[in-house]
Design a protein around this ligand. Sequence first.
Ligand SMILES: [Zn+2]
Length: 327
Amino acid sequence: MDAALKPGEHIVGVDIGGTKMMATVLDHTFKVVGRSRKKSRGKDTSAASEERVYKVIDEALTEAGNPEIQGIGVGSPGPLNPATGVIIDTPNLGWKNFPLAKLLKKRYGAPVLVDNDVNVGTYGEWRMGEVQNCSHVLGVFPGTGIGSGIIIDGKLFHGFSGAAGEFGHMTIEVDGPYCGCGKRGCIEALASRIAIAKEVAALAAREDAPYILENCGTNLSRIRSGVLAKAIAAGETKVELVVRNAAYCLGIAVGNAINLLSPEAVVLGGGLVEAMEQLYLEEVRRAVKDHAMPFLRKGVKIVPAKLGDDAVVLGAACLITEHLAGE
Ligand SMILES: [Zn+2]
């Protein structure tokens, strides 16, 4: 990270996730000097979500000794307008046309930048991970949903609507299973953690996955990435096949994206990748070999994300720092 801040200056990075909220305060060397983390409840009112954001930032600032701050970067679920910092609609947080950037700016008296959490996570991995020297990067984060961030010519790409990067809703199988978005055969319907859990629960019900049956029953919400990894390590080959198929499916879409965008690097992150990095990347690389044009896939790095849970807070901090430096 370029030293854009002067000694004594501080910035805040915020991650407003679907299940957790996190804030970190960083000093001019990008050292974390304060942090706070809170669980989000599944569904909340607009006012309660707003309060929780303030609380998480206030706590991180208190831990840092309440320094004056130069700016706040925020990663939030979308859709949102990155130009105005207005959250368009996030049912889980109760926000509809919610002016998050404006409210934070007023409360903390510092410039605020808000962008989609997956964009921000990709940005963090790009600026602080192992693909720093690449100008064109695609970040894909398979989890409960499957989002992506696109960096072209060293800048986040937002597209006409501001919401570019809905990787999970590209159609892979025309008559495939229904997706949460209402379409059929989206990558998300085939390769998300929920899609995997559905198939694995069926295996457990048929007593084809005893480790899963014993540890999670057939409860989809309990069949999470960590337990899938453990079942595979315990030798449940059918579970392994389900995960490999899902990763391959996602890899088909990565191959298509390589054909379209010609990135230098693809960064894969999120719970599934973290829990089963080697297996997951193996299948994605295999699918890319099968589905991207040889000339376009040549030399493309396909790497795991490095920042884990901190990708969004650090990416948000990078974004606001660069924004301040460019002013
Ligand atoms: Zn969809």
